[in-house]
Design a protein. Sequence first.
Length: 76
Amino acid sequence: MPTVSARERIQKLLVTGDNRLKQGAGAAKARESYEHALAVAREAGLEDAVRPLVELRLADLERLAPGPPPGDAPAR
């Protein structure tokens, strides 16, 4: 059985995170997949190439989170 390359694992983890989000599994599960992809990239020496992709996805999770946007303080 051939070994799965780090690039394939990273791609699968990113797609898994995207799918979890689309299917309503929750932001925490999607975040877990994205962070795992970054860890695999780090181990494989690919972090610089993968980090921007993960950071975009994590920023989207923050943007989609319920509640006021970060940095918005409630009026007093």
